[in-house]
Ligand binder design. Structure first.
Ligand code: ATP
Length: 799
């Protein structure tokens, strides 16, 4: 049975003669164009056994396949971008590594382990301090802003000049947002959004350019302060995860590319797999600081990011998270004037929920709320997806992106002001939940409850909705607030500003959750179990779960943030329901944005029903290889003409096969970056003095990590091009390989679990017949739509 037609297009597996389209394979035109050779190993198109026999006997012919890059319009979900490179989490066990191990001994291992703990300690400390800077700055600036506004509103109500506070609000929103959005658009676009999708991709093994740079951290910190102070529907929690990741990457390397400073410490951690472990710790410390949730932080790294995990890493990451929460608690408690109290575990403070409990008969209500959360979350994701596609196609110039952010800031101010003006929701001052109660048109001794929600930071509003006593808000105000805030936060996510999605989702969910609670209260009057605050909490969880689709980590984060373990079951039930319902319609918001960027992310599991796709159908062939001793001229030529980052190293004597092809015995794998370092340092066989001086060590490679020169920047003279390089001491002599008959799931699992970058495909006599990279695997993707699912092949684009 031929699985692919001569365009590499999967054919009908059930009945190839019927001419019907295979229900499993969607998007038949969306495939990479391969060469003309068809994979038909057995010659018998119907017999799968014949396929297996032919593969086993080695009489097969690999399909000639080279990915043709296509140009596609931005905004497509079934595209992988060729511009993303991979990280290499495999350890290169070359001669230099063995030499280092031999000379340094156990003392070095102990030193390295101690250094690891020290780095995780520093990650926790620094991440928390950054969180404190963000929090305190926002608190101070917002308090000045809202005090100022309150003064104007109070004064203008009597003098009938309300347009003045309105203009002040618009300007005080637009001012900070211009700064933040300018920085993001012109200085560092990677700092846009929460950064969670980027960190997720990094931990999955994809190199996102500039994602862990100091410049990105700076723009992120300033950006998030300006977004929150600018009154946008955003939170500061999501960006903390990205900030933690940057801190971790920076500290663990002991150098900064941005400042061109090398402290000369922690050099032995300058490798992708070491850096990845620290970044996992940084992300966890970020979550811990944001929500006061150290266990949630560890689980977040595990659920959302980690491509590699083990016991000692868990322990170290937990240590960083605990340090982060504790440091933040000490600093913020001191700032708030009660140092010994330690009651500020995280940036997001849900307030004390000690007294809430639930009855068994309420569980169905929580499930229903999960369903609502799932529906609203998928609606949010759908609208935001359409908006993002529109932005990618139409709002491309930087000034346009800044303009859009400024318009949203002005619109947010207008919306808040109009709601305060038109909704007459007056409450007695005695139950005042806010620092700046605004009277507006309320009577003496009363304040405007809508103004109370708008004239404070979104975190404070979430707390209000959780803890305000029953009857503090009119249902109609909460309902109108929910509708507008839902749409506003949907418009805001994806703007060219640093912003988090957690708080707007929690706030929207808390609003409809409170409405749900008040609905229950009117159905069951006089029942003491109906507490609107409790339902606001469940609504917040449901909404957030419906948008981001995290389950285990989000449950634990919310349990830790509320400080109430007994509420774990309702939260879990709600989050799982929200995820299942949401997944029925579309992906989580982070995954949608990742797909829109064309990142070749590898999911946890291989595509189902794909055991009948073999390695030699997904690999690239012919392979560009280097001989064990290679001429400098050829190395330079290949690096100049090809874009590949990894090359199998083979014995120089090709063996002719019966089919006219010739293959060479596989000896190892070498990376482009290693070749660049060899060329830069002129490690040629003819310059024997270098070997004599024993100058060659791993240090040479670590000094260049992670930014290597391009081949155009390396100066190789014509004379040197006549020289040769012996690649054997530098290549990875024992990389993982697969047999050409291995199935797609087997290749996928090996690749995913070990965080590989290149996987050579060999035949029975260990000759290289093909190569598999991340893009070859990521392009097989499962699609789900309204309960149906299937396998699709993605286009690789040059964008
Ligand atoms: P990455 O971009 O993941 O860091 P890479 O640049 O080496 O790795 P890709 O960009 O993923 O490789 O490769 C694009 C396509 O080229 C893939 O289909 C892959 O199989 C193929 N390819 C990669 N290396 C080689 C090689 N040495 N010879 C032939 N084809 C290759």
């Amino acid at each position: 049975m031929a699985l692919f037609n001569n365009h590499g297009n999967p054919r009908n597996r059930s009945d190839s003669s019927s001419g019907e389209e295979d229900p499993l394979i969607k998007n038949q035109n969306n495939i990479i164009s391969y060469g003309a050779q068809e994979y038909s190993p057995s010659g018998d198109p119907t017999s799968i056994n014949a396929d297996i026999e032919t593969l086993a006997s080695g009489k097969w012919q690999p399909r000639k396949r080279r990915c043709a890059l296509e140009t596609v319009e931005p905004g497509s979900l079934n595209v992988l971008s060729a511009k993303f490179e991979s990280l290499d989490y495999d350890i290169c066990e070359n001669h230099l590594l063995l030499e280092e191990e031999r000379t340094k001994g156990y003392k070095f291992i102990v030193k390295k382990n101690l250094a690891r703990w020290l780095i995780f300690l520093l990650i926790g400390l620094l991440t928390a301090l950054i969180a404190c800077v963000i929090d305190i700055t926002i608190e101070e600036l917002s308090s000045i802003k809202y005090k100022f506004l309150k003064k104007y509103v109070d004064q203008c109500i009597s003098e009938n000049c309300l347009y003045i506070p309105y203009l002040v609000l618009v300007i005080s929103n637009m001012g900070p947002v211009v700064i933040g959005s300018f920085l993001v658009a012109y200085v560092e676009p990677t700092a846009a959004g929460s950064g969670i999708p980027q960190v997720k991709c990094y931990l999955n093994g994809v190199k996102i350019p500039r994602v862990v740079r100091i410049k990105t951290l700076f723009v992120k910190v300033v950006g998030v302060i300006t977004s929150v102070v600018g009154g946008l529907a955003v939170g500061k929690e999501g960006p903390m995860i990205h900030s933690g990741a940057v801190v971790a990457a920076g500290i663990s390397q002991g150098k900064s590319s941005t400042f061109r400073r090398d402290l000369g410490i922690f050099k032995y951690f300058r490798e992708d797999h070491e850096k990845r472990d620290f970044v996992s710790g940084g992300a966890a410390a970020g979550v811990a600081a944001a929500f006061g949730a150290p266990v949630g932080g560890v689980l977040f790294s595990l659920e959302e990011g980690a491509s590699f995990w083990n016991q000692s890493l868990t322990w170290r990451i937990f240590f960083a998270s605990i340090v982060s929460t504790f440091t933040l608690n000490v600093v913020l408690s001191t700032y708030h004037g009660h140092p010994g109290d330690l009651s500020y575990a995280g940036l997001l403070n849900f307030g004390k929920f000690e007294s809430i409990s639930y009855d068994l008969f309420e569980l169905p209500a929580f499930v229903i709320m999960g369903v609502i959360g799932g529906l609203l979350g998928s609606l949010f994701n759908h609208i935001n997806y359409k908006l993002t596609v529109f932005r990618m196609r139409k709002i491309r110039a930087r000034w346009m992106r800044v303009m859009e952010a400024v318009i949203v800031a002005a619109f947010s101010a207008t919306l808040g002001f109009m709601m305060m003006y038109f909704l007459n929701d007056c409450k007695p001052l005695g139950e005042d939940p806010t620092n700046n109660p605004i009277q507006m048109y309320c009577g003496d001794g009363e304040y405007n409850a809508v103004a109370a929600i708008w004239f404070q930071t979104p975190e404070a509003s979430v707390r209000s909705l959780f803890h305000d006593p029953p009857g503090s808000h009119k249902d109609v105000s909460v309902g109108v607030f929910f509708i507008f805030y839902f749409l506003l936060s949907c418009w805001t996510y994806g703007l060219s500003v640093s912003s988090g999605l957690f708080i707007p989702s929690l706030l929207t969910g808390a609003a409809w959750g409170r409405l749900f609670g008040s609905g229950l209260a009117s159905v069951f009057p006089n029942s003491d179990w109906v507490d609107p605050g409790k339902y606001a909490l469940v609504g917040a969880a449901a909404q957030l779960g419906g948008v981001v689709r995290m389950t285990i980590s989000l449950t634990v984060i919310l349990i830790e943030a509320t400080g109430n373990i007994t509420f774990g079951l309702p939260l879990m039930l709600t989050l799982i329901t929200a995820k299942w319902i949401g997944d029925f319609f579309n992906e989580g918001i982070y995954d949608i944005h990742i797909q829109l960027s064309g990142v070749p992310l590898l999911p946890w599991e291989p595509p189902p029903l794909s055991y009948n796709i073999y390695a030699n159908e997904i690999m690239s062939h012919p392979v560009v290889t280097f001989n064990t001793v290679e001429s400098v001229r050829r190395i330079v030529d290949v690096l100049e003409t090809e874009t590949y980052n990894g090359f199998p190293v083979v014995d120089p004597h090709p063996k002719e096969q019966g089919d006219g092809e010739s293959y060479q015995t596989f000896r190892g794998m070498i990376l482009r970056s290693q070749l660049i370092v060899l060329l830069t340092n002129k490690i040629f066989n003819e310059s024997a003095e270098i070997w004599n001086l024993k100058q060659i060590s791993l240090k040479m490679f670590r000094d260049e990590y992670p930014r290597y020169l391009t081949i155009q920047e390396v100066n190789v003279t014509d004379e040197e091009k006549r020289y040769t390089i012996d690649l054997r001491p530098f290549m990875n002599p024992s990389p993982y390989t697969v047999q050409h008959s291995a199935s797609l799931p087997r290749v996928f699992r090996l690749f995913r679990a070990l965080g590989l970058r290149h996987l050579a495909v060999v035949n029975d006599t260990n000759e290289v017949t093909g190569i598999v990279t991340r893009k070859d695997l990521a392009r097989f993707r499962v699609w789900r739509h309204r309960g149906r699912m299937g396998l699709e092949e993605l286009v690789i684009s040059d964008r």
